[in-house]
Ligand binder design. Sequence first.
Ligand code: 13P
Length: 259
Amino acid sequence: MRNIVTGNWKSNKLWDDAEKLMIDVATGIHESQHTDIFVAPPTPYLAALKAQSTAFVGIAGQQCSAHTEGAFTGEHTASMLKSAGAKAVLIGHSERRGTFGESDAVVEAKVHHALDAGLLAIVCCGENLEERDAGQHFEKVLTQLSHAFQNIDASRMSRVVVAYEPIWAIGTGRTASAAQAQEMHAAIRHHLVGLFDASIAESMRILYGGSCKPSNALEIFMQPDVNGGLIGGASLNASDFLAIVAASNEAATKEQQGG
Ligand code: 13P
């Protein structure tokens, strides 16, 4: 299975820096190897940065509207992202769920819009520190996914990716251990068997996000149920991001060679 590495720039970078970063990333990758690579810039730059994207580095949206087009001032639809050149979109990032109050129902609606638009839907899930300390992390994450996928036809799941991002590891420098990541990813895959079936669960990519950086990426990506990463802070620096992509390719190569 091919890995995915996506850089989520969040609300960072003014235009000149954004363009330079995109050029540095795109010119640093000359072949796809075993990893599909996306960059999710701030939305105002998306269409312009499409010009710098390549066959190996695609553009993604950081979110999309829960509505279709119409009188929704300030919103951008999944179809608009697609028509501006995006190939994928993040949905239900914890910062959207937390700071912007996106409910499970909103996340579910966005997944449908993303798939209707022909985008790859990267659906985020994750628990906060309180929930982890209380031992509720599996319940929290699996419930989020049950809601997000409850009305999705199984035939569409090949266009869906899961990103597990423990909130306590996002931007904190604190990373889930490789064992903690693997444990949750295995639970997610097992849950997908119940929601769909074993062959869909086996073929789905489950990404890890949360202070993933060049120094820890390989160990995390080597876990059997980790299929790449969703990278925040380290994606703002081209050489760090390229090193993480290289780690993904190395992990995937080793996996294909049987360890
Ligand atoms: P950091 O890599 O900065 O922890 O952010 C993770 C994230 O939220 C990516 O979507």
